[in-house]
Design a protein around this ligand. Structure first.
Ligand code: DAH
Length: 350
């Protein structure tokens, strides 16, 4: 084997030993680099005659090309190997079950509100929405609870700036302000009829929403939900309240033998007033009286604040707690669970 053949062979061997691209580049430098062995051979031709240069140069070139070919082949082999390793590392098992994005769903209290709205809508009630930042007037005064009325102390709340006749200044303590708010709009709409001494369509509405009080324990949250209901007409009585509310409760709890009790109570905006208790006949809560709402015949002063004549218009109102209804329906015993945002709890209602 001549000198050039063995040079090619040693290049091939060295390239074959290179396991990383950096090894290979080092090996390349030994042959093709500035002071590599091929370059040295080229330099060594300086003394040769023109004829000798020709044949020697051609021979060196052949050797150089063989080394370059070996280098290219090894480069390609190393790149292929690296790709294989990478593919192996990133291998996907397409037979694995996919990871789903959580579907999400409605909060249990939202489910209850939807249910309440559906049931009352089926009984001909409108659904109205009111502001959570309310004025002293709608929250208290218009509801027959003037300043200094002792009933205000049971509704301690969060006050904000403002508090003039028109500027809302507190977080509403109940949804009852919607009684007068909604009625005033309704009366405005039918004022022409009333002015002509005719009758207006009845007011029949529920108003669900968030309410606020300075209260916090296992059964009270500073933010909670209420749903107000009101029905005002020329001939609406306590009997209608009993029928409507009994129907509602039996439908809501899907229990025909549910018993209701109207227990005399006091609210400034109703006279007479009653707390509504329910009693299940079966199930874990059977036999216990459970308070679910306040109610009563709307006080004449409140009817007057609606812009109506209390001698002609009469009706009833009620206010219930959707949080409590949700707890009873699903057997939840701590109100705070609804507002902690724990997905393990909330996902049970989907
Ligand atoms: N607003 C009352 C409360 O938060 C509940 C209530 C009682 C509402 C009697 C009514 C009602 O509409 O007639 O305690």
């Amino acid at each position: 084997m001549n000198e050039l053949d063995s040079l090619v062979e040693s290049a091939q061997q060295l390239f074959a030993q290179a396991v990383t691209p950096a090894d290979l580049e080092n090996a390349k430098a030994q042959f093709l680099g500035k002071s590599g062995r091929v370059t040295e051979l080229m330099k060594g031709m300086a003394q040769l005659s023109v004829e000798e240069k020709k044949s020697r140069g051609a021979a060196i070139n052949v050797a150089k090309q063989a080394i370059e070919a070996a280098l290219t082949a090894r480069r390609q082999a190393l790149a292929d190997a690296e790709l294989q390793t990478q593919l192996k590392a990133e291998a996907l098992d397409v037979s694995l079950p996919g990871r789903r994005r959580g579907q999400g769903g409605l909060h249990p209290v939202s489910l209850t509100l939807e249910r309440i709205e559906g049931i009352f809508a089926s009984m001909g009630f409108d659904v109205a929405d009111g502001p959570e930042i309310e004025s002293d007037w709608f929250n208290f005064t218009a509801l027959n609870t003037p300043e200094d009325h002792p009933a205000r102390s049971m509704h301690d709340t969060f006050y904000v700036e403002g508090g003039t006749e028109t500027a809302p200044n507190l977080l509403r303590t109940h949804t009852s302000p919607m009684q007068v708010r909604y009625a005033v709009q309704h009366v405005k709409k039918y004022q022409a009829l009333l002015d002509a001494g005719q009758s207006m369509p009845e007011i029949r509405v529920i108003a669900p929403g968030r309410t606020y009080r300075v209260d916090s324990d296992a059964t009270h949250s500073p933010m909670f939900h209420q749903c107000e209901g009101i029905w005002i007409g020329e001939n609406v009585s306590f009997k209608d309240l009993k029928v409507v509310f009994t129907d509602f409760c039996r439908t809501f709890f899907e229990s025909d033998d549910l018993v209701l009790r109207f227990r005399p109570s006091f609210f400034p905006f109703t006279e007479p007033s009653a707390e509504i208790d329910i009693q299940f006949q079966t199930g874990p809560l059977a036999g216990k009286w459970l308070e679910v709402a306040g109610s009563g015949q709307v006080h004449p002063n409140v009817v007057r604040n609606m812009g109506l004549d209390p001698e002609k218009y009469i009706g009833f109102a009620f206010g219930m707690g959707p949080d409590r209804l949700t707890m009873l329906r699903y057997g939840v015993n701590d109100l705070r669970l609804f507002f902690d945002g724990d997905i393990r709890f909330l996902s049970q209602f989907q």
